[in-house]
Design a protein around this ligand. Structure first.
Ligand SMILES: Nc1ncnc2c1ncn2[C@@H]1O[C@H](COP(=O)(O)OP(=O)(O)OP(=O)(O)O)[C@@H](O)[C@H]1O
Ligand SMILES: [Mg+2]
Length: 246
């Protein structure tokens, strides 16, 4: 059965990300290696899009270009209404702070900071007073089931718990786009599913989009659509019919 979901990236739903003909290479002159070779991709607000594909196909590079961390060589790239290539370096940084949340394979927590302090980092970077940032981070840690671990250092927590702090940190600033790169790669199957279930349950909102790069077919069921990347291009994007009836 073909059902049109509100989350489908079509003309009816506002685009969070619109990528057209994006190119990116690394290196100089003769030795320059093309990595993104004309990427087209749409992600709608309200949608979780999974990005799968072989190692080296350009998934992380694409996320970095969408985030404005790497500059593309050509093509158009609109994220939440802003044309990223046209922003100055400072404006890109401000845009990221204000609008984006990140979750990585390595949780990238700061070892000397407690769970609450780690989760509060995006708000502190935005200039929120520390006490307010910690209070808001504590709320989100409760939402991710770590209310009894707010004063723990990362080293005293399991991998799954550390990733839940990273999820709290990604959500704390209410970003409109969340970019995840292999978020479950360091977790066992059960912890990985729990992390994605959590992200879907508390992170998925009509005014927010998520792109999740993954090799982990066990978490495909949490996607609204699955995009397959091959050799620097999006080969196809499939609706995840498993979710149509949910
Ligand atoms: N900073 C860089 N300098 C030079 N080459 C790079 C750089 N970053 C990535 N590459 C190259 O670009 C290609 C794509 O890398 P990328 O990290 O985007 O792949 P990926 O799809 O994320 O792979 P994986 O699934 O292994 O994480 C690889 O061949 C890689 O060697
Ligand atoms: Mg990668």
């Amino acid at each position: 059965m073909t059902t049109v979901k509100r989350t489908q990236a079509n003309g009816d739903t506002p685009a969070a990300v619109r990528v057209r003909g994006v190119y990116k290479g690394f290196g100089e002159g003769q030795t320059r290696i093309p990595v993104l070779k004309g990427v087209d991709l749409d992600v709608a607000l309200g949608e979780i899009l999974l990005l799968a594909g072989p190692s080296g196909s350009g998934k992380t590079t694409l996320l970095s270009v969408i985030a404005g961390i790497l500059d593309s060589d050509g093509g158009t790239l609109n994220v939440l209404g802003s044309s990223i290539p046209e922003l100055s370096p400072d404006a890109k940084t401000r845009f990221r702070k204000q609008n984006l949340g990140f979750i990585f394979q390595q949780y990238n927590l700061l070892p000397p900071l407690t769970a609450a302090e780690n989760a509060a980092v995006p708000l502190i970077i935005r200039g929120l007073p520390r006490s307010q940032a910690i209070a808001r981070a504590t709320e989100v840690l409760h939402e991710v089931g770590l209310g009894d671990r707010i004063d723990f250092l990362p080293a005293k927590l399991s991998g799954g718990q550390q990733q839940r702090i990273a999820i709290a940190r990604a959500l704390v600033g209410e970003p409109r786009l969340i970019l995840c790169d292999e978020p479950t790669a360091n977790l066992d199957g059960e912890s990985g599913r729990k992390a994605m279930e959590l992200l879907r349950r508390i992170g998925n909102r009509p005014d927010r989009a998520m792109i999740v790069v993954t090799h982990d077919s066990r978490i495909f069921e949490f996607a609204d659509r699955i995009a397959h990347m091959e050799d620097g291009r999006i080969e196809h994007v499939k609706q995840n019919h498993g979710r149509d009836h949910s």
